[in-house]
Design a protein around this ligand. Structure first.
Ligand code: PEP
Length: 249
């Protein structure tokens, strides 16, 4: 059975003491759940976060990583650096990295290869822009994002991949894909993976939905059979909201 996952992407929010406060509140309020719960604070707070969560099942994950092993890449963070502080999962391909930092499918493909070679679990984000949906190109765009970044990988590494379908028009906008739109796309993603690999791989990969998930809409979105959880931005910064979303799964 595939894992249910709720992951919070804190983006460039929360300084160290705010991070510690929010994590303490989350750890204290974490409900009993079979879902994996993850949080992605900013880089400089990763070590602090792992220390705060030493006795918690909440996993600390990274928002990004570089594809090179090491070297002259000012401001960047490598897979080994993450591993050295006990961070074993990285978000790769978030739409903000694609839009503001020029991360192309080709760059993302390299990051994925490096992460997997280092045994880092990849939470891979992708999704169409509003124009793609309006013009009816959303399935083609999603298929090409998957193909370009992931479909050259060996079947054996897919157990280390989690997918997050995040329609760009729904991220941080308050606009959410309807549960039906999410289900339709998630089913399409599974079909695409079946065609590229096998039904077994497609059935085992967790596919999260991301885009303005809130306590008020989480239950309905998570009730869809191909939605295995959520990648949560804004609502993950408020302990009670994030906890309510975890309860919804
Ligand atoms: C995100 O950034 O991945 C995200 C889903 O953000 P939000 O929940 O704020 O739309």
């Amino acid at each position: 059975m595939r894992s249910k996952i709720v992951a919070g992407n804190w983006k460039m929010n929360k300084n160290l003491s705010e991070t510690e406060t929010l994590l303490a509140e989350l750890a204290a309020k974490l409900p009993d759940t079979n879902a994996e719960v993850m949080v992605a604070p900013t880089y400089i707070n990763l070590i602090g976060a792992t220390r705060c969560l030493e006795n918690s099942t909440i996993e600390v994950i990274a928002q990004n990583m570089h594809f090179a092993e090491s070297g002259a890449f000012t401001g960047e963070i490598s897979a080994d650096m993450l591993l050295s502080i006990g961070v074993n999962t990285a978000i790769i391909g978030h739409s903000e990295r694609r839009a503001y930092f020029g991360e192309t499918d080709a760059i993302l493909a390299k990051k994925v290869v490096t992460a997997l070679a280092k045994n880092i679990r990849v939470l891979f984000c992708f999704g169409e822009e509003l124009e793609d949906r309006k013009s009816g190109n959303h399935f083609a765009v999603v298929e090409s994002q998957l193909k370009n970044a992931l479909f050259s990988l060996d079947a054996s590494v897919w157990s280390k991949i989690v997918l997050a379908y995040e329609p760009v028009w729904a991220i941080g906008t308050g606009e959410t894909a309807s549960p039906e739109q999410a289900q339709e796309m998630h089913a399409f993603i599974r079909k695409t993976i079946t065609e590229a690999y096998t039904t077994k791989i497609a059935d085992q990969v967790s596919i999260l939905y991301g885009g303005s998930v809130k306590p008020g809409n989480a239950t309905e979105i998570f009730s869809k059979p191909d939605v295995d959880g959520g990648l949560i931005g804004g609502a993950s910064l408020v302990a009670d909201d994030f906890v309510a979303i975890i309860k919804a799964i």
